[in-house]
Every structure is written in C-alpha cells, then in structure tokens.
Design a protein around this ligand. Structure first.
Ligand SMILES: [Zn+2]
Length: 415
C-alpha cells in the first residue's frame, strides 16, 4: 500500500457510488412512470408493453448494480488483495522467459476474469432474457460461443500480446509508440476483416433475398452515394429476439447487416428509413471521426502507460511487488476504466449529437414519419424504456431518450 493505492481506492469508491446513485435514480424514475405511456406514444405503445419495458429496465438495472459491486470487489481482490501477485509468481516460477511468462500471465488472467463473470452472463441470458421472452439461445450454443471466444483469444490475442511484450522489452524508451502502431494496425485489420472473417464464426449471413426491398435499398444507396459489398441478413434470432441493423467493415469491404428479427417486424418503407439513418452515420463521417478519436485516445493512454511502467509506485500501489512489462499492461487495462468512467458523459454527449445528425440526414433522404414508425416498433419490441431518468440517460446513453429523439425528428420534418 502507498499513496497511489489510496488514489485508486478513492477513485473506485467514487465511481461505484456515482454509478449506484444514477442507477437508483433511474429505476425510481422508470417505476414512477410505469403506469403512464408518454403522450407522444399513446396509441402506439400499449399500457402492457409500457409496463413490460419498465419491468425489463428495472430488472436489468438492478442486476447491473449487483454486478458492479461484485466486479469492484473482484478488482480489489485482484490488485490489493494479492490475486495478480499470486498469478504472477506462479508463472514466474515456471521460468519460461519474459515474453512467454507475460503472455501466459495475461491470457490466464483474462480467462479467469471471464469465468468469474460467468454467473452474471448466464443469469442474464437464461433468467432475465428468458423471463421477458427474448432468449433464443440454448446452453449448448452458449458453451460453444464461449469456447470459440477462447480459441480466438488464444489464436489472435496470444500472438498480439506476445508481440507487444517483446516490443516493450526490446525497443527502449519509445516502446509505447511502437506498441501503439501495432495496436492501430491490428484495429484497422480487424475492422476490415470482421464482417467476412470473424462475424461468420458466430452467425450466418445470407444475402437479402426480397427483390423489391433490395431495389428500394439500392436506390437509396445510389442517391446517398454509398457503395457497399452487399446487403446481408443475419440470423440474430439464433440467440435473441432483440432486433437491430448495422454497418460493418470499411474500404472495399463494407456491408449492411439487418437482423432477421428486425426485417420480420418492419415494413419496407421503415427499413429504408432505418438504413437512411445508418447511411447518415457514414456520409457525415461519424465512423471515421470515431475511429480517429479512438486512435488519439489510445495514443494518450499508451503514452501514459509508457511513463507508468517505469514507476515502482505504480506496481506497489496496486499490489504487485515485482515490476514487469506484462504486469504494467495488465494493471493498466484493469485499472484504467475506473478513471476513464468520469469521461463517460462527454462520450455519451458526442454520440447523441451524432444520432441527432444521422436522424436529420434520414429525414432529408428518406421519410421522417417512417423513421418514427420504425423507432417506435424497435422500442416496443426491444422493451426499451421510454422514460429513462434524465440524469442517468445524460451520463450513460449513446442514444437520446425516445421522446426527445422523436420530437427532434418531427422538428426536422417541419423544418
Ligand atoms: Zn445511429
């Protein structure tokens, strides 16, 4: 324990208390509004659907609070409680050389953390989602997903960690700059390869077959000057009843993906409006902006790590007696979110700004009323609350609260 231990403990306690306070406000606000559908949704969302969304939100928020306390205690156990110290000394005693020792220490810590979080992910899928009628997954599918993730971690994560550790050891004071370059290259390759290499391991993607809809979508894409590698339908219903649509990849490997669950419930005009919103993110360069800010943030983070890794108090303050490149990396990854949590409102604000802009674009290129129809259906079918606590939502939400968002779309239609 040193004074940095106290900085860490205080930041952790402050972030946990802030989160719990916000979550508590949120459940209170949702409960108070449980019996009254907001005015702009009357006739479109029934009383029962509104109550279901409230119950679903409250259940998820409460489980989230429990998971937060559990994870924070685990983090204390890993650091000040001596968990990582024990793991580190066990791998060190095998005398495998720094890069292999470090890689195995980091990978085993990641596997243990995933296993320790399993009770919550199992509860979420097979109790909460089941109860609200969203779960379509089976224990066999759940286990096979977990095993696939483990294999990917070993095959892709292992070599990447080994490379980073080797650079840290071998390249002098500017190692963090080289690690950043490797990390950025990796991010870009993954972003590019995701739709064709990784995602198909977990889901089936088939080309959109509905010809009328396809023509409609093609016409919109031509109008917006967007060229993609195809429109695909993903079998999201394999795991969950929740529906969505997204863009993936970049350069010559862009794809538009619709969940089959979404296609089932939306009319062609509504699908077009949703797509126009997604195209808005692309045309307004939101995707590039997000990528650039990720690059800038990770540059700052690695520069910070470059400094911290050389300071003995950083390790001692977090319960590690022997400084090493791998422990610097692992501690940093585990502890950084405690501090960056305080930046969350800023990131949420930027994200909501992009959502408003993409909505405005969709109103211009397609139909605003169809977009509203589609959103209402998506809120209803995903049991999203229409009445989040304003402060909770401002802190956490990447999307504007439903009534605010719809009000903005109507304002855009009139303008
Ligand atoms: Zn969006």
């Amino acid at each position: 324990m040193n004074s940095f231990s106290w900085v860490f403990i205080i930041a952790l306690a402050a972030s946990v208390m802030l989160r719990l306070w916000l979550a508590n406000r949120h459940t209170g606000h949702v409960r108070r509004n449980r019996d009254s559908v907001p005015e702009s949704f009357t006739g479109r969302v029934s009383q029962d659907e509104h109550r279901k969304a409230a119950d679903y939100t409250i259940t998820n928020t409460r489980t989230g609070m429990l998971a937060l306390v559990y994870d924070s205690l685990l983090l204390l156990g890993w650091t000040l409680g001596g968990g990582l110290e024990l793991l580190d000394s066990s791998w060190r005693s095998a005398a495998l050389g720094p890069v292999l020792t470090g890689t195995l220490a980091i990978l085993s810590a990641m596997v243990l953390m995933t296993l320790l979080d399993l009770p919550f992910s199992i509860y979420h899928t097979f109790v909460t989602e089941q109860r609200f009628g969203f779960n379509r997954s089976t224990p066999a599918l759940f286990i096979s997903d977990l095993l696939k993730q483990g294999v990917l971690l070993a095959l892709i994560g292992g070599p990447l960690i080994a490379l980073a550790l080797w650079i840290m050891d071998a390249s002098g004071g500017l190692w963090w700059l080289y690690v950043w370059l490797v990390w950025m290259t990796f991010t870009l390759v993954m972003f590019w390869a995701w739709p064709t290499v990784i995602a198909p391991l977990f889901n089936k993607f088939s080309p959109l077959e509905d010809e009328a809809l396809q023509q409609r979508i093609q016409a919109l894409m031509d109008k917006c000057g967007f060229r993609s590698n195809g429109i695909f339908v993903m079998d999201g219903s394999k795991r969950s009843g929740h529906g969505n649509a997204y863009f993936t990849g970049f350069g010559n490997n862009k794809r538009i993906v619709f969940f089959d669950t979404l296609l089932e419930s939306l009319e062609p005009a509504e699908i077009e409006a949703v797509l126009a919103h997604e195209l808005g993110h692309f045309r307004l360069r939101h995707i590039q902006k997000r990528l650039l800010s990720t690059m800038a943030l990770s540059f700052a983070a690695l520069a910070l790590l470059g400094w911290l890794a050389g300071e003995a108090w950083f390790y001692q303050g977090l319960g590690i007696s022997q400084p090493s490149a791998w422990m610097a990396l692992l501690l940093f990854i585990m502890v950084l979110p405690v501090f960056t949590f305080f930046l969350q409102p800023l990131l949420s604000l930027l994200s909501r700004k992009h959502e408003f802009e993409a909505d405005a674009y969709a109103v211009q290129q397609s139909s605003g009323t169809d977009l509203v129809q589609a959103l209402v259906k998506m809120y209803r079918e995903n049991a999203s609350t229409l009445t989040p606590d304003p402060l909770y939502s401002a802190y956490h939400d990447s999307h504007p609260p439903a009534p605010v968002r719809i009000e903005h779309i109507y304002a855009n239609i009139k303008a």
